[in-house]
Design a protein around this ligand. Structure first.
Ligand code: ADP
Ligand code: GLC
Length: 489
């Protein structure tokens, strides 16, 4: 099968979060099982292109025309990479916005990406299925089933739309519709209209043949008021066209046996290296070596509300009474950067913080800490806790979304389970759960078996990629039926 991925970010070129990991690893896994995959991304600052394929593509956006080039970045691990190359739109300091907020022309930027993806399919590489990711690519199904609905080359082309995070919807003023070249007629409740604005994610949810999200539990949660971010009704309306497929992990990148970012490799059988990694981590964070005898808890994250930092703020005074050290890596909202900086000031010998985005340090943390904390308010999948399992680092998580699907609560009596979970989004529940983990840590034999349980888990992409292939087939069939139905009327 030929599959075209359309995404606003993807490794090895661009990344702000887990989406980029997925857009690298899933195509590789599909190629390994014999499929052909091309990935279309915006060409951001620093992205090297190998050659130009289309020097100027004509993209109408309302009364305006854009003329991006399409360039080829190369083939890596069998996956072909292409860029939509429009320097004015994409060669900026950041991907989606700067300190003063989101870039104000984001609808047009990603409208261009989406329309260019459809033209790319027509002119350069026609796939059997289009797979689009997040609100920035949600206009692909919208354009395809409206402006392009009568295009004979495209009417039977199926689209799968994956929501990696329902919290980011692409909300814009009504007037934006014409700026992205869509008819006013789409400003209706069963299309893009959303409380007087337009909602691009909603368009993707409604116009795609199938909608997926990145864990089974999150697929259920987003149908409820609590987690639906106002779109629960829309999601419910798609019935069995919505499903959860759990993300996998690229173990060629995240494996303590082969990781080149850490000072010593180790495996479930030979754990000595983990101690060296802990020592190295403490010196990276300039924490005294006396912390070797304490459990160290780690955290790597975008600093945003989703990740549960208000809970950490609430629980901190109580938590810090316990005997552990904390290392945190991340950046984002100023209030959370300050939260961790203040903790480091208050507990300089036990708390280390790096306000940065740093892949090497992220690996050092996964390897060097004893426990990994993810108290997310919601978590579509979450990758760090899955990386932790492989690194013999025990996750402490809130039982939501993918965190709940990937971490099994440890039961000291049976010795089964891989981590610690709590349900209620309350500081006290977090404190109780951390205390359980700290208590388990004092029993070395018990701790070793807990680590071994996690390290034995296999979250490689193979099984999930096979589920996507099944879904692509179903999307193809449903398109054939839809086309037959319209030609009969
Ligand atoms: P999300 O996509 O919501 O940010 P995930 O857990 O799915 O959450 O993925 C986060 C990815 O981004 C992981 O690969 C993680 O290691 C990485 N990451 C997040 N913050 C940082 C950071 N400050 N430095 C390095 N890597 C980070
Ligand atoms: C999103 C989610 C995260 C998920 C990632 C990749 O950014 O917040 O939970 O793992 O996408 O699907």
């Amino acid at each position: 099968m030929k599959i075209l991925f359309v995404s606003p970010e993807g490794l090895p070129f661009s990344k702000t979060g887990g989406l980029a990991d997925v857009v690298e690893a899933l195509p590789r896994s599909l190629v390994e099982s014999g499929h052909q995959v091309a990935v279309l991304l915006p060409r951001y600052k620093g992205n090297q292109a190998a050659r130009t394929i289309v020097p100027s593509m004509t993209i109408p956006l309302g009364s305006m025309m854009r003329f991006p080039a399409i360039s080829e970045a190369g083939t890596f691990e069998g996956v072909r990479y292409y860029f939509v190359d429009d320097p004015e739109y994409f060669q900026r300091e950041k991907l989606y916005g700067d300190k003063s907020g989101d870039y104000t022309d984001n609808a047009r930027r990603f409208g261009e990406l989406s329309r260019a993806a459809i033209e790319f399919a027509k002119q350069v590489w026609m796939p059997d299925v289009l797979h689009c990711h997040d609100w920035q690519a949600a206009l692909v199904p919208v354009y395809l089933r409206t402006l392009y609905a009568r295009d004979p080359a495209l009417e039977s082309l199926p689209v799968v739309f994956t929501v990696h995070n329902l919290g980011y919807q692409g909300l814009f003023l009504r007037a934006t519709l014409s700026l992205i070249g869509l008819p006013e007629e789409l400003f209706r409740v069963d299309a893009l209209e959303y409380y007087g604005k337009i909602n691009l994610l909603k368009g993707g949810l409604l116009f795609a043949d199938y909608v997926t999200t990145v864990s089974r539990k999150y697929a259920q949660e987003i149908q409820t008021k609590e987690y639906g971010c106002g779109l629960e009704g829309v999601i419910q309306s798609r019935g069995n066209r919505v499903m959860g497929i759990l993300n996998g992990v690229d173990y060629s990148q995240w494996n303590p046996e082969t990781d080149t970012n850490i000072v010593a490799t180790y495996s479930a059988k030979l754990m000595d290296g983990k101690k060296l990694c802990k020592k190295d981590l403490l010196s990276t964070f300039q924490l005294p070596a006396e912390n070797m005898k304490r459990p160290v808890i780690g955290l790597v994250s975008r600093f945003v509300d989703q990740k549960g930092f208000d809970l950490i703020a609430e629980a901190a005074p109580e938590l810090m009474k316990e005997d552990f050290a904390l290392v945190a890596l991340g950046n984002g909202d100023a209030k959370y950067e300050k939260l961790f900086q203040d903790l480091a000031k208050q507990y300089p010998s036990r708390v280390g913080v790096k306000i940065a985005y740093d892949n090497v340090v992220a690996h050092k943390i996964e390897a060097g800490v004893d426990m990994f904390l993810m108290p997310s308010r919601y978590e579509p999948c979450g990758l760090n806790q899955i990386y932790s399992l492989r690194y013999g680092t025990v996750p402490i998580v809130r039982a939501t979304g993918g965190l709940d699907d990937t971490v099994e609560a440890f039961d000291a009596k049976t010795g089964k389970g891989t981590g610690f979970k709590f349900e209620a989004y309350e500081g006290a529940a977090l404190v109780k759960c951390v205390r359980q983990a700290l208590a388990a840590y004092t029993d070395l034999r018990q701790w070793r078996s807990l680590q071994a349980n996690g390290m034995a888990k296999d979250f490689s992409w193979k099984a999930s990629a096979a589920q996507y292939v099944k879904l692509y087939e179903a999307a193809k069939q449903s398109r054939i039926q839809a086309v037959a139905a319209t030609s009969n009327t």
